[in-house]
Design a protein around this ligand. Sequence first.
Ligand SMILES: [Zn+2]
Length: 403
Amino acid sequence: MKFLSILLLLSSIISCDSTRSITPTQDVSKQETQRANTPIIKSDTENTTIKRDNVAATQKAKNVIFLIGDGMGIGQITAGTYMSDNKSSLERFPVVGLHKPYSSDNLVTDSAAAATSFACGVKTFNHAIGVDKDSLPVQSILEECEAKGYTTGLVATSTIVHATPASFIAHNVYRRNYEEIALDLLKTDVDYLVGGGKRFFDSRELDDRNLIKEFEAKGYTVFDQLEDFIDLTPAIDKADKFIYFSANSDPIPVASGRDYFIDASMSGINFLDSKAANTTTDGFFIMCEASQIDWGGHANDSEYIISEFQEFDQLIHKVMDWAKKDGETLVVVTADHETGGYTIQPGSTQDSLVTAFTTTKHSGDFIPVFAYGPGSEMFGGIYENTDIYFKMRSALGFEEVKK
Ligand SMILES: [Zn+2]
């Protein structure tokens, strides 16, 4: 017994020694750069296959509300929560999991590949929209819902042809082919669209077409940023299908006065829900994206991140209130990836944060997933980002497809 404890003690000293290479005399900043730049090579441990149980939804969801905070990692959630009196809507979720965000060609994904994983259930290459790693188009969950008679919608605080919303409705090998993506939107029957990027529809370089006129000819009611969104409720109520272009190009940050996101998302949910009452399925699928948390991360701007997070947080509160009353809606909140390598540093207090960034690009960290409602029990654990697609389909009761 004594011998064993000596052995244990010895081994712990050895293992501590091997990890503690920092001495107090070292320059901290130099040391941190070194640490950040040293590639970590996988140790030669045995390859173990982890077998997860196949979880299926125990209760069917009528609707899915999918909320994406672009670039919203743990750092963004932590900072946003502390700067909101240590409270956030995410604390209301009973189920929390983690997804692995890497793409098919890069351990650090971009928004296009990541959103394609959520939308289509495939890992694909960075910059790809709604296509697999061989560039072949894959039907998205939104398109499948549309085909099955659900009402569908997309809301974003970026342009509506930007990577995240586009991956649910368009198929293109390159995310910046905005005018081609706009044409893809016209081919679908999505019921409710809100976001910027009007110019890709009516001031096109690729051709002379005015896609807004073409949308109107298809029965859409179209408004733009010249109208105040808050006054549009009567028009939305009367519309068969509805589009609101919130900006000619990118919408402005919330701190500069953008004010449509929460109202547009909640109006969309109510519109799709009441319209769904006349369909055979009775349900809807909507994806709402807080696009600019990511832009704050790229700009290494803490205030930008926090203000965008706080607006998203308010929306999540409202969605949770709605879903609690409804009782048949699965709500899933996640991010596509983290942006900025954003962390809370020593010296911080809950009222005054000292933050740091490791990059102006995306990072490769695992990403939290929050779920509520029928089927939410499937979202606990650690899984691939593509599994979010399979879990949402399973919650809706769709027949299983091969992974
Ligand atoms: Zn980004």
